[in-house]
Unconditional design. Structure first.
Length: 101
């Protein structure tokens, strides 16, 4: 049973930084998901796949995994690339493509 410790990325619809400072501990899937023969939905017999723990820091998540004896891997933290944009840039003269209707 392997656990992954990482900092979750923002959702595509999220403009703020809520829930991006937390670290998550998620168990890797132990078995592949199988389609249900009747409905076609995917099912799994792995109950650890439903566990999603959050911590305030990476050290807390690592300490939790070590206390419980869970094998873990820490994924590197990816910094978001900040692109500074202004609405006026849509109408600037130095645009690569001219602005037209």
């Amino acid at each position: 049973m392997l656990a992954r410790i990482f900092r979750p990325a923002r959702t595509a619809t999220q403009s703020g930084r809520a829930k991006t400072r937390e670290w998550a501990l998620v168990f890797a899937p132990a078995a592949a998901r199988l389609p249900d023969p009747l409905m076609g939905w995917t099912e799994s017999t792995d109950m650890n796949g439903q566990v999603h723990l959050t911590f305030e820091s990476r050290e807390e998540a690592v300490a939790y995994a070590q206390r419980r004896g869970v094998a873990f891997e820490v994924l590197p933290d990816k910094k978001a690339k900040q692109i500074v944009k202004a609405y006026a840039d849509n109408f600037a003269f130095h645009r690569k493509e001219p602005w037209t209707h």
